[in-house]
Design a protein around this ligand. Structure first.
Ligand SMILES: [Zn+2]
Length: 412
């Protein structure tokens, strides 16, 4: 399974096959530690209903497997002996990769979802798959000594701005990268000698925000991300990623918002992605393509000026917010989500005048679903896609922690 379910309270198992039961319950405890970051043995007992000695045994096994560590509890107001604190080990890591039109970002992410290292390698032009693999291989080779001595690398996750086939991580089409039919997981795995999982960038963003960010604990989310490569989306319904037949679902960027709009590379006219774009916003603010990290602060500074933004900027933002809101209304009507999470420059557009976008959606979406939905910004910022890509790599160890002890699970 390439894209795991959102974190949910897994249910403990009781039964006769002791190995199955134990492995499942190890996963339950590790997932709790992974999502919460730190919790006490007493918290695990409360969350799972398992008795104290069973929990102690499971935690001891996770410690033995090198996945969590126990720390001395701090002072507590409760009576009795305080319960030891369980935390995921920071030296269990995944390598996270995000190729984009102008850069390749490589991260080292710990099992607690913390980005320990982020390396952005700017490229002079849109990188080919081979160039991305060469860049990643060189960066990983540079870190090899440190990786071998200080970390345990479980695998590699890749977030790609394009359609990715779930079963084998083939990039079927990434139009902005001009990649077509690229077996990226297999190619990178051969180069790094590590297991590689590749998925769509917005699906991984959804997973990251649902696990560690704005969507924490929720079950029905839509995530929309806007970047240099256009607009992608991810859908979670009742905690399950909605992938479609081959994993291509969630292309909200290609929904019609303007019947007089520009022609899109997909063949239609007036798609969300042709009408709501980052490049004109950067240009209006006199920012270049590689100053995208300044877009948020520069645009929001315009809106907090006395007298408001320059008229041409206000007009552009109102136009884009209008089209984006059209798309959100359709999403609300179709999916009845509890949360729409906006990432990248879509989050910036929302933050300029949040009430305005909320009012348009309330006014135009159907009565009923309009009352259920909240619109929020993604909160993980620059960490988002790296954390999401890392989740892909952690999926197998989170599903079966004991598998980390089995070297045949890794490619040698
Ligand atoms: Zn289109």
């Amino acid at each position: 399974m390439a894209v795991p379910d959102l974190p949910a309270p897994r249910t403990v198992r009781r039964g006769n096959n002791l190995d199955d039961v134990r492995r499942n319950n190890l996963a339950v405890v590790l997932n709790l530690a992974h999502v919460r970051g730190r919790l006490s043995r007493a918290d695990v007992t409360r969350a799972t209903g398992l008795n104290r000695s069973t929990v102690a045994g499971l935690v001891a096994e996770l410690v033995e497997l090198g996945l969590v560590e126990e720390q001395e509890p701090g002072t507590t107001h409760h009576a009795g002996r305080p319960s030891p604190i369980i935390v995921p080990r920071e030296d269990v890591v995944a390598i996270a990769i995000n190729p984009e039109v102008d850069a390749v970002t490589i991260g080292l992410v710990s099992l607690s979802g913390r980005v320990l290292k982020r390396i952005r390698y700017d490229t002079a032009r849109v990188p080919t798959p081979e160039e991305v693999i060469n860049i990643v291989a060189a960066v990983v080779a540079g870190m090899r000594g440190e990786l071998d001595s200080s970390f345990r690398t479980v695998g590699v996750g890749v977030a790609v701005p394009g359609l990715v086939r779930e079963i084998d991580g083939e990039v079927v089409a990434a139009p902005h990268l001009d990649w077509h039919g690229v077996p990226f997981s297999a190619m990178l795995s051969a180069a790094l000698k590590l297991p590689v999982t590749t998925a769509n960038d917005a699906s991984t963003g959804l997973m990251a925000e649902s696990t560690f960010g704005a969507g924490r604990g929720g079950r029905n989310h839509i995530y929309l991300n806007g970047g240099a490569s256009g607009i992608g989306g991810g859908i979670a319904i009742d905690g399950h990623p909605l992938l479609g037949t081959s994993g291509f679902a969630g292309e909200f960027g290609h929904g019609l918002v303007n019947s007089n709009g520009l022609t899109c590379h997909c063949g239609r006219q007036g798609c969300l992605e042709t009408e709501v774009r980052q490049a004109p916003l950067l240009a209006a603010l006199d920012l270049s393509g590689n100053e995208v990290e300044k877009l948020d602060s520069t645009l929001l500074a315009q809106f907090s000026r006395p007298g408001g933004p320059e008229p041409k900027i206000l007009e552009l933002v109102h136009q884009q917010v209008g089209y984006l809101s059209e798309s959100l209304c359709s999403i609300v009507n179709i999916f009845n989500p509890e949360l729409i999470i906006l990432g990248g420059f879509l989050g910036t557009l929302y933050a300029t005048e949040p009430e305005r976008m909320e009012e348009i959606v309330k006014a135009k979406a159907m009565t009923g679903p309009d009352a259920d939905v909240r619109i929020v910004r993604a909160v993980l910022g620059l960490d988002l896609l790296l954390v999401g890509a890392a989740q892909l790599a952690f999926a197998s160890v989170l599903a079966d922690p004991a598998s980390i002890a089995e070297p045949e699970a890794l490619i040698s």
